[in-house]
Write a new protein. Structure first.
Lengths: 102, 102
DNA sequence: ACCATAGGCAAGCAACTGCTTGCATGACAA
DNA sequence: TTGTCATGCAAGCAGTTGCTTGCCTATGGT
């Protein structure tokens, strides 16, 4: 069940989901409740547990979040690999080439 | 009226809009009718003129498409600059560093 | 056993999206 | 002007989305 390309773009379309990715990038391996409280504290969002859970389902289906279970905890990790589909599709000219030789 | 970050992500969420970006990347400066016919021919899409026009509005609002008028024609050009918001936000590790010094 | 905690499932609802339909505008040609 | 071509505008409609509500499962602590 490899995620389709469209799933990645659709997953990024929601601001709450983007905030979740931001949060997971800053602190990897958060649980659902941890994410909910940190989204409220640091991003000013007021999303319920179920809402965040559904967002995480979408992100996981898109391959942007990987999960691992330990006991009754489920940890979430960011995976930026699917984002390559974007940069590879429409060639983004580098803003600055660090190894330019003039 | 600089486009917000969310506009870029939302604009990319639709498969028809992504096909439009593909088409504009391949052939720059297309008109509305040109885009419609080429979307049908090369991408198997059956979008009406009005549908494509509305998609172009969304893409232009996101800053991904720039337009220029000449007489009764309106030409559309791709602008990939807003896509940097994605790669800059979640640091994508380079798949290969061309100037690595081991 | 009992209870609290972490998470899952599913139906219902309001809001949004993409598309169609129909008409209007503006530019060029005969 | 009259007609045609390229595009613009706006209302309405069906499908989707994000969220809530309510209940359920499972793990760990006491």
């Amino acid at each position: 069940m490899v995620p389709g390309v469209g799933d990645v773009f659709r997953a990024l379309a929601d601001p709450t989901r983007r905030a979740i990715l931001d949060e997971l990038q800053e602190r990897s391996g958060q649980t659902l409740f941890e994410l909910v409280s940190r989204l409220v504290m640091r991003h000013g969002l007021t999303s319920s547990r179920q809402a965040v859970s559904q967002h995480l389902d979408v992100l996981e289906a898109a391959g942007l979040v990987r999960t691992r279970r330990e006991g009754r905890y489920k940890f979430h990790d960011l995976d930026t690999a699917p984002l390559r589909a974007i940069t590879d599709r429409w060639r983004i000219d580098p803003q600055e080439d660090p190894c330019a030789s003039p």
